[in-house]
Structure formats: structure tokens, C-alpha cells
Write a protein of this length. Structure first.
Length: 501
């Protein structure tokens, strides 16, 4: 029947929704472009219609009605539902927001970059945490149901159901469906579960990075095959999502913790490596920032530096020598931190985002490696606290000063569909604190602009910048820069301004 749906273009649903253009569908349902009234104007919308037997369809209408009561920034809203008849056949319908494109349209052309994958995964995890917290399951996570609407990634909401609810019928197992849903057609229909959403998410994740689905083996004892060359943390997440035993899969909270690299090794145990799948994976470049001192190590350096400075002052009895010593003190290298730009993913075991609490929209920077320095507020610039009691020269440099320079500029990468939503110019300002070696120690939004999506992209890019450090009397000193991002439909420009020293 899917080919026949297109013949219905031009028909009117419920006397007010015209089926303007056929967008896609299956034997069971179809989606058309339509228009709905929003105040005094007509706006584009999508309408899904499902044929029903006489007197049937109440359960589907109930599910849709529950979906209209949900509110989440990454969940595609449903506006109206109802019944109608067309050419003597009974149908139910749901009118929803019309997205510009979906992930299934992008993947045939190219795989997502690790940064795009992180953005996608973060949005989907937010939605699933919200739904699972309400004892709901999505039931149909796949690329076609992950969409771009304006500057937001959104997940479909027309297939939601209660956890434990039975499937509508035996049917055939879809490419993204969990293996436990494949049951004997003569037996009772299997129940939908939150673990099933996790499996579907793992299948989608691998496909987004490789343009190929994992190979699901027929043996009930074997997990799927997929490339072991996937960048971390995505490889580890895929391993824990694509386990045949539902009870062994990670929860949404554990996946989020791993993505943000905040889970402890006790909470997130790595799985042994599997056989490499014969699926090609596009080459990816990785930009690795120089090692930095861990936050814990900093806490030990502070009292040692103070004690050493006092002892040196007593021995040399000279404030000038004391200043010379404190200026030359530098943090030693620590753990490695990977970029979160469009060129790579991050890795390190980790525990969890604010997904069990009610969703509160906001823009935050990407979490650093669990071994990397904990970001410090701008008012307490790293390094100033440990030197404050022994020397103020490092904070307010004097003498012969040389301004810093930009050594590496990381450009934010955004979806073209998001750029197309820009009217004129969109401006974001990010303040970065730079250490004596020219590495960005922390970054914060100074002016986030009207879009969380572009603010987050700017913040992530700013964390990857590298500088030739400012110098006073030939020694590198701390500095602060303002990076002014300007997004347009044509591209992005960035103007760096050194504020201090």
C-alpha cells in the first residue's frame, strides 16, 4: 500500500488538513506534508495517518494523546489527533511539527563526524532519559526518527508507549529492533522495554559513524559485529548497548556518564574486545591537546609551592628573588585530553548528567577528561590562587611585556540545516583563560546569543584553541582572551581579542 499513498495527495483530512505532499511511509502508516493554523497564520506541519479496522484505533489515539502532553526541547511535539474517513475507510491521524531533514537522509551521503555524533547522541539521550523517567519507551529509535528542526535536533514522538506494553502484533523484526522482540509468531507478543531503546540507540550510533549497520549474528550467544576502530567513547558505548542479554545493557544514565567521561571504573567496566567486523569505517583525524596537570595534583602543588617560597625568602632575604622563583614555577604535565570538535570524540571511564531530574535547558561546555583539570571559574583563574600569597607579579605582569598570539584556531562545525535557520548574523562571545604554555585551561560563555546550539558549538571550538603565550621579561604568563564568533548562512568568522595582560 506504500506506493498507493502518493495517490492521496490533495485529499482533505477532517475537513481542515490537506495532504499536500507525500513524505514517506510503510504498509501500516504514511506521513504527508500539510498546514496547520497557528494564530492568524498557516504554518507547515506533518500529518501521520494510520488505517484502522472499524471500531479500532482507540489505543493509538490514547498513545498520541499522552504524547501531546509531553514537553521536551528535543522531542518533536504533537499538536492534534483525531479520527476521519477517506474513501470509505477509517483512519486515525496525528499532526506534528515538520522537520527539515532527518539523519536517514544524511547517512547515504556521508558518515557523521565524532563531534556531530556527540551532538546527536546528547540530544537523543536527553529525550530517552526524559521518557524513561516517565515509565515510557520510545520504541522506534532509528536515523529516520532523528530530525533537524531549526537549530535543534529532535526525536519523533508518534510511537511512544508505556514500558511493558505489548507490541501491536508479531510482525517482522526491524533492522533496529532488539533481538528479544523476535519471538514465535504463535506466542504472545513481546513487551516493549527501555533496554530495547538502548539496543536501537547502539545500532543507530554505529551506523551514524560508519554508514553501515552492525552485523547481527543468528546465534543467540553472539553479540553483533562492528568496526573496533570506532573512536572512544563511542566504541565503549556501542559495546554496552549491543549486548544480546537485555539485563546486561547499560542504562541511559550510564551511557550519558560514559559520554561525559564522569563514570568511575567501578561503575563502568570495559568489555573485552570483539572480533573486527568487515564493515569499512571512514578515516578520522584526531587533535590531541598537550598534557595538563590534574586538578588533584594542583591541590598538592599549592601548599608545597607556598612552603618552598617562604623557605627561599628566608634564605635569600630578597623579594626580587622570591618573585623570580614564583614566576618561573610551572605546572607539570598530567593526563592527555582529546578534542570535542567535529574532528574527534573523547575517551575515559566516567558517572552522569542531569537526566534523572526534570529537564532544564542550558548550554554547557563539553566535559573534560576525568584526568584533566577541573574547570575553575574565571574569577579564580587557575594558578593565581597558589601564587597569591607569595607573589602578585604573575597576576598583574609588569616589565617588558610581549602580547600573545593565536597559534591554532579551531573552527566550529555545524549542520547546514542549522545554518539555514539563521536570519542575518548570530553572535556568540567566549572567554578563555590561557596558561603559561598557551593551552586553554577553561572557557565560559560571555555572550551566548539566541541559540543554545550555536553557543555550544562555539564553546566546544574555543576549548581547542592554542596560543603563543603572552610574556613578561621573557617568561610566559597567564592570559585571558575573548573569542567573538559570528555565524551566518555562508560561514563563521572569529575575532580573537586579548584582554589580559
Amino acid at each position: 500500500m506504500s506506493d498507493a499513498w502518493k495517490l492521496w495527495e490533495g485529499e482533505i483530512v477532517h475537513g481542515k488538513f490537506q495532504l499536500v505532499h507525500y513524505l514517506g511511509g510503510s504498509e501500516r502508516s504514511s506521513v504527508f506534508l500539510t498546514e496547520r493554523r497557528d494564530g492568524d497564520r498557516l504554518v507547515k506541519a506533518a500529518i501521520k495517518i494510520i488505517p484502522t479496522a472499524s471500531g479500532d484505533g482507540e489505543l493509538q489515539l490514547l498513545r498520541w494523546q499522552q504524547a501531546t502532553e509531553l514537553s521536551h526541547p528535543h522531542l518533536l511535539p504533537l499538536y492534534e489527533t483525531g479520527r476521519f474517513e477517506l474513501q470509505g475507510l477509517p483512519f486515525v491521524y496525528a499532526v506534528m511539527e515538520c522537520a527539515e531533514e532527518n539523519l536517514a537522509q544524511i547517512l547515504p551521503e556521508r558518515a557523521l563526524t565524532p563531534a556531530e555524533t556527540r551532538e546527536m547522541l546528547t540530544s537523543v539521550l536527553d529525550v530517552l532519559a526524559y521518557l524513561h523517567g516517565k515509565d515510557l519507551v520510545h520504541g522506534n529509535i532509528k536515523p529516520a526518527n532523528i530530525m533537524a528542526s531549526g537549530d535543534q535536533l529532535k526525536v519523533s514522538s508518534d510511537d511512544l508507549r508505556r514500558a511493558g506494553e505489548k507490541m501491536d502484533g508479531p510482525g517482522s523484526l526491524g533492522a533496529y529492533d532488539a533481538p528479544e522482540l523476535a519471538r514465535d509468531p504463535l506466542a504472545n507478543s513481546p513487551a516493549m522495554s527501555q533496554a530495547g531503546d538502548v539496543w536501537s540507540l547502539g545500532m543507530t550510533l554505529v551506523e551514524a559513524l560508519t554508514q553501515n549497520l552492525p552485523i547481527v549474528r543468528t546465534s543467540e550467544q553472539q553479540d553483533p559485529l562492528y568496526p573496533q576502530s570506532l573512536p572512544e567513547p563511542f566504541l565503549d558505548i556501542a559495546r554496552h548497548c549491543l549486548l544480546r542479554r537485555p539485563e546486561g545493557r547499560w542504562t541511559i544514565a550510564q551511557i550519558t556518564a560514559r559520554l561525559e567521561e564522569r563514570a568511575s571504573t567501578a561503575q563502568v567496566q570495559p568489555l573485552p574486545p570483539r572480533v573486527q567486523a568487515p564493515v569499512p569505517s571512514p578515516p578520522r583525524q584526531r587533535f590531541v591537546q598537550p598534557p595538563m596537570l590534574s586538578a588533584k595534583a594542583r591541590s598538592y602543588v599549592t601548599p608545597v609551592a607556598i612552603a618552598f617560597g617562604l623557605a627561599l625568602a628566608v634564605l635569600l632575604v630578597g623579594s626580587k628573588l622570591l618573585r623570580h622563583h614564583s614566576d618561573s614555577s610551572q605546572a607539570s604535565p598530567g593526563a592527555e585530553q582529546q578534542s570535542v570538535s567535529r574532528a574527534t570524540g573523547q575517551s575515559a571511564p566516567s558517572p552522569q548528567k542531569n537526566l534523572t531530574k526534570p529537564y532544564t535547558p542550558g548550554v554547557t561546555g563539553e566535559k573534560r577528561n576525568s584526568k584533566a583539570p577541573v574547570p575553575v571559574p574565571a574569577l579564580l583563574h587557575p594558578g593565581t590562587m597558589r601564587e597569591e600569597e607569595t607573589d602578585t607579579v604573575a597576576r598583574v605582569p609588569v616589565g617588558s611585556a610581549v602580547r600573545g598570539e593565536v597559534a591554532y584556531k579551531a573552527m566550529p562545525e555545524v549542520l547546514q540545516s542549522a545554518r539555514n535557520s539563521i536570519q542575518g548574523k548570530l553572535k556568540v562571545s567566549v572567554k578563555v583563560n590561557v596558561d603559561r604554555s598557551g593551552n586553554v585551561e577553561d572557557a565560559e560563555l560571555e555572550s551566548r546569543g539566541p541559540s543554545k546550539y550555536f553557543a555550544r558549538a562555539a564553546l566546544q571550538a574555543a576549548q581547542e584553541w592554542k596560543f603563543k603565550p603572552a610574556k613578561v621579561d621573557g617568561r610566559g604568563v597567564l592570559s585571558t582572551w575573548i573569542l567573538r564568533f559570528e555565524f551566518t548562512r555562508a560561514g563563521t568568522t572569529i575575532v580573537p581579542v586579548q584582554e589580559m595582560p
